[in-house]
Design a protein around this ligand. Structure first.
Ligand SMILES: [Zn+2]
Length: 111
């Protein structure tokens, strides 16, 4: 269940940012979640209230922005949205994932 660890590191990131930048409370956390990151937003939302208790993130709203992956053809350079194609629609070549595994904090709303 790596979402628990992910949620813990998320709270850790916010706590460090709060210490560095001097805010006391996080109201909203906007996350960028690649479709192939393996992160399941429902689990994040489930763990978050427990993990964030008594931290700067307590009661913060999690905004999960799901971002589809991008594939690129190894042969002709065609790019397309992952999940819809399994081989290059232009030349039939093999494709690889060039984005969609990322997961990061996009922005924090603080006070
Ligand atoms: Zn191609």
């Amino acid at each position: 269940m790596h979402e628990l660890a992910t949620t813990q590191s998320l709270v850790q990131i916010c706590t460090e940012a709060a210490a560095r930048e001097g805010f006391k409370k996080v109201k909203e956390i906007r996350l960028h979640i690649g479709a192939y990151s393996g992160i399941e937003p429902n689990y994040l939302r489930e763990f978050f209230p427990y993990v964030s208790k008594d931290t700067v993130c307590e009661d913060a709203e999690l905004v999960c922005e799901m971002v589809p992956g991008t594939l690129r053809c190894n042969d002709c350079g065609y790019e397309g949205q992952a999940g819809k194609i399994y081989e290059c629609p232009r030349c039939g070549g093999s494709i690889r994932l060039i984005s969609g595994r990322e997961f990061f904090v996009d922005s924090l709303a603080v006070e």
